[in-house]
Design a protein around this ligand. Structure first.
Ligand SMILES: NC(=O)c1ccc[n+]([C@@H]2O[C@H](COP(=O)([O-])OP(=O)(O)OC[C@H]3O[C@@H](n4cnc5c(N)ncnc54)[C@H](O)[C@@H]3O)[C@@H](O)[C@H]2O)c1
Length: 443
């Protein structure tokens, strides 16, 4: 039996051990799918705290409660570890580490490179390695492959390498890791076949493509599409607002067209680990080919200007009430970058808080899922703690700025008690209280 056939057999009879590098928002759901489909998994992370919490039966991501993983951890089906020498025990290794931008807004490949170096150090013959982190086309071939080849292993014969983009949407309930189709592009036919077999054992639909580059580009296209369409509705919001037209009502009407239109919604800016970042991976790579990605640049410009626009709306609304922004007390409602998650990465709320503080406002926040602001790579708002959302507290603030439309917030109560609400998400759109017309300003 060839090395590939041996691995194929292990995958088919589910004796293949799945190693996941990076136990974050992407790595943990993957482990959940593989374990619930009968595979054994080893979860690797450099963050000792995450491994400690998992072993202690505690969760650090709201929508992934510890109760999912505890039985597998107890039975030994899932082993979380920081011991990278265990990599040799895994038959398939999935890389789910961060791909942020650096200070110059260029791809920061430290995590992908570092993880690949670690894998290269401990790898053995007969392993399938799949990069899942979102990145520019060419990463698997240009960064990962040379490191594995340097160990003296031959691709497609001794080891197998593929890219499979992660399309997880944290907090979404209608589509999950197991039901979102998985695009797979190998560095050769054997790699594609093995990676398709592996994912076929854990997710409903696998979509093979002809190369790792196609799979890498596919994920970038999805996020560029979102980024540009969000920028478009953000620009239309500003335009319609000047015309006295409610952009949310326009979108609700437009989306009744059964074809040719997909609804995107405006907001206070872009957040999360994906949409504000991934398109710039392509822009960076495109420069190597002498191509300028003008749509991406323009969308980035519009989206990054949104927090400033929202703050100006707050200032205008306060001005109407003869109050200056400087010295006013503002409650930012929602710290997470989108509703119903506890993830603050790139959250526009953080920028809103900083801009408000820069302009002399006294700022507090409420987020039902984030009791205390944690340190972040680029920002520091650790002086803030979530304040309780009570009628008394609401009355105290000169303005409540809704930046995240969490579902479990009582917007009726907010409208009933706040002096002024600036709503950047149309969260109060359905509130019936007659006060809404008086106190709510859309932004
Ligand atoms: N979060 C999402 O919604 C989402 C969706 C689709 C794709 N992605 C992509 O998936 C990738 C991972 O994102 P995430 O949200 O899971 O990130 P995350 O920060 O939640 O998790 C990444 C984990 O990798 C660990 N790590 C860093 N270096 C490591 C190393 N050398 N070895 C082992 N572990 C290491 C970190 O400690 C962290 O726990 C990114 O490329 C992201 O763009 C994320």
């Amino acid at each position: 039996m060839s090395v590939a056939q041996q691995l194929q057999k292990k995958i088919t009879d589910r004796t293949a051990v799945v190693g996941v590098m990076g136990l974050g928002y992407v790595g943990l759901p993957l482990i959940r799918e593989f374990c619930s489909n009968g595979f054994n998994a080893i979860g690797f992370d450099v963050d000792e705290e995450k491994v400690r919490l998992l072993k202690a039966g505690k969760s650090y991501i709201k929508h992934l409660p510890a109760s999912i993983f505890n039985p597998w951890i107890k039975s030994g089906q899932f082993v979380p570890t920081t011991d990278m020498s265990q990599i040799k025990k895994a038959d398939c290794i999935l890389i789910c580490v961060p791909t942020p931008l650096d200070k110059m807004r260029e791809p920061d490949m430290r995590f992908v490179r570092g993880t690949s170096e670690t894998i290269a150090k401990h790898m053995r013959k007969g392993q399938l390695i799949v990069l899942e982190s979102t990145t520019y086309p060419g990463t698997t071939r240009e960064i990962c492959k040379p490191l594995f080849d340097a160990r003296g292993f031959e691709l497609e014969k001794d080891y197998f390498l593929a890219f499979s983009p992660e399309r997880e949407d944290p907090g979404r309930v209608d589509f999950t890791t197991g039901t979102i189709p998985k695009v797979v592009g190998g560095m050769g036919p054997e790699s594609t076949k093995l990676a398709c077999a592996l994912y076929g054992g854990a997710v409903k639909h696998v979509v093979p493509v002809s190369s790792a580059e196609v799979a890498e580009a596919c994920k970038i296209v999805e996020n560029v599409y979102r980024c540009i369409n969000i920028a478009l509705v953000n620009e239309l919001k500003i335009c319609f607002d000047r015309m006295g037209i409610d952009v949310w009502e326009v979108i609700e009407a437009a989306k009744t067209k059964p074809f040719g239109f997909q609804a995107f919604y405006p907001g206070p800016g872009l957040g999360g680990h994906c949409i504000p970042i991934d398109p710039f991976y392509l822009s960076w790579k495109a420069r190597e080919f002498g191509v300028t990605t003008r749509f991406i640049e323009l969308a980035g410009e519009i989206n990054t200007s949104m927090p400033e626009y929202v703050i100006n709306r707050v200032a205008e609304a306060l001005n109407e009430r003869t109050k200056p922004l400087k010295g006013s007390s503002i409650l930012v409602l929602g710290l997470a970058y989108k509703k119903d998650v506890d993830d603050v990465r790139e959250s526009p709320s953080v920028e809103l808080i900083e801009l408000l503080e820069e302009r002399g406002a006294k700022v507090a926040y409420h987020d039902p899922f984030i009791p205390k602001a944690k340190p972040m790579r680029e920002h520091n708002i650790t002086h803030l703690k979530s304040v309780a959302l009570t009628p008394e507290n609401l009355r105290k603030f000169d303005c409540v700025l809704i930046s995240t439309d969490h579902s479990n917030v009582d917007y009726g109560m907010v409208v009933k008690h706040a002096q002024l609400v600036v709503d950047s998400r149309n969260a109060c759109g359905k509130v019936q209280d007659p006060r809404r017309r008086k106190v709510v300003v859309k932004a």
